[in-house]
Design a protein around this ligand. Sequence first.
Ligand code: NAD
Ligand code: ZN
Length: 377
Amino acid sequence: MKALVYNGPCDVQVKDMPDAKIEKPTDVLVRITTTNICGSDLHMYEGRTNMETGRILGHENMGEVIEVGNAVERVKVGDVVCLPFNIGCGFCENCERGLSGACLTANPGTAGAAYGFAGMGPYSGGQAELLRVPFGDYNCLVLPEDAKEKENDYVMLSDIFPTGYHATELAGLKPGESVVIYGAGPVGLMATMSAFIKGASEVFVVDTHKDRLALAEKLGAVAIDDTEGAGVEKILNLTNGKGADCGCECVGYQCCDKHGKEVPNLTMNNLVQTVKATGGIGVVGVFLPQDPKGPDALEKEGKIAFDFGNFWFKGQKIGTGQANVKHYNRYLAKLIHKGKAAPSQIISHELALEDAPTGYRNFDKRAEGWTKVVLKP
Ligand code: NAD
Ligand code: ZN
């Protein structure tokens, strides 16, 4: 099968790889029809993880079931399925409580498993023609009859739509409240959409890319351009000095060695300043704990500057971590099915798998107009 393989920092290639196949009786084999490039792929692409060369990337996957293992009972050949990026077993104490992002079976001793991801188990990614789905009955979300027609909407259930929603949950957003969202990338835009779904009265979105801020505005948000670093002041002015009721971090670690520029992450401190006293902060942006190397090793290690004193003094709350996609995807799918949510509106490019390296290069640069890339193997 053709697949997109990590070849080293800022180097990915489409290669012929051995076909994915059923390995365990609980596996399902999926022919991938859509697979996205995610901001999380860039942590590996840019070379700040211990990703092994030769591995297939891709954790935002959907497709058609072409084979099921002997022990699979619910999922059938021909089903169109969307696959949560986190691989859960469904029966450990975390999965049982809906915390599938911290499954204790699929990647024992760590914080969960995912397809094509450094440090998250041996599982191959779905930026390929075929994908093996472990614990298929648990991990496949079988989609309704409009699955193919709304494929570019449903594929967002694999990660960024539930992740954006999770950010607002971690922040404790309630109907009528205001929220400040750092990052107008795909995840920040999905948090924006989710905030309106939850009944937010006002959504402020901070970024420096005008094209992305324009998308946030289209979703109904107040765009805050932080190019000159005045974002904090602007938000405080717009909220009578109080700050928003809660906030979301949808940026994460951004520096790229290959581009030779250091980008200190100030979003956590900005959140402390622009969220009201006692407000919640939901952090879904990724700060990696592993394999620190090089001059910016502290940030690579996830040890960012954080004004804990001011955070404590304001009595704020914080929630962090991976989205437990299984906890949300079934319900968010109903919003898509009934025409109440259309996450595909943030897609900027639909490419063939062969063109994935171009997609990576431009998305990584945050080149103008490259907001979200979907690949069609
Ligand atoms: P992205 O990295 O392109 O989006 C980040 C956006 O933040 C960009 O538009 C960038 O211009 C903006 N930005 C950079 N510095 C900023 C600053 N100081 N203030 C405000 N905005 C700033 O791609 P994405 O796909 O949206 O991913 C965002 C983050 O979410 C990544 O860290 C990704 O790994 C993470 N993520 C987490 C989960 C999860 O389960 N927790 C799932 C998916 C993605
Ligand atoms: Zn993702």
